[in-house]
Design a protein around this ligand. Sequence first.
Ligand code: HEC
Length: 168
Amino acid sequence: MNRFSKLTLVGLAALLALGACSKGQQSSSSTTTTTTENAASASPASTAGAMAAASPAANGVAANDGSKVYQTNCSSCHQANGQGVPGTFPPLAKNKTVAGPATKVIRIVKYGLNGKVVVHGSTYNGQMPAWATQLSNADIAAVLTYVRSSWGNNASAVTTAQVAAVKQ
Ligand code: HEC
């Protein structure tokens, strides 16, 4: 009997610790800017998702909604269907750079791009803003995973760790 109640106590303590821990995560998630808001509003039912997005150990690809990040941050220029605006914003659909080596496309999204690029035979010479200060590594991973597998692109997923590893 004694042994049993000891076990119960240990169990209770573990539960309490878990509760405290997830509370801590929650409050830290609400201090992370746009990123977490995106994740939270993407699926209101999944507080767990928002919490996972805030935790540095989380795999952003699974936790964040790349399509949502895209519609919020990228579609104004590249359009919801990835077709861009001819002559002004390059299409991301069926785009060799987008579906090419992950490192290159990560660098473009993190640090921006200017200068000439040729996509589908049209030349673009505009300015792509840098996203490293606006989006978390997990959001960038999620949005790149989304664009690399949408609109005729068929390239590998991008992980948060890959994004974190790319320096300017
Ligand atoms: C304010 C408009 C704007 C927004 C918003 C924007 N981009 Fe861009 N993006 C551009 C422009 C302009 C270029 C071409 C830059 C150049 O001509 O050098 C570009 C280029 C790119 C390229 C390189 C394409 C290629 O073929 O070289 C990628 C990839 C890309 N954008 C992804 C994104 C993603 C992902 C987002 C959202 C996180 C985003 N862009 C948001 C304007 C934008």
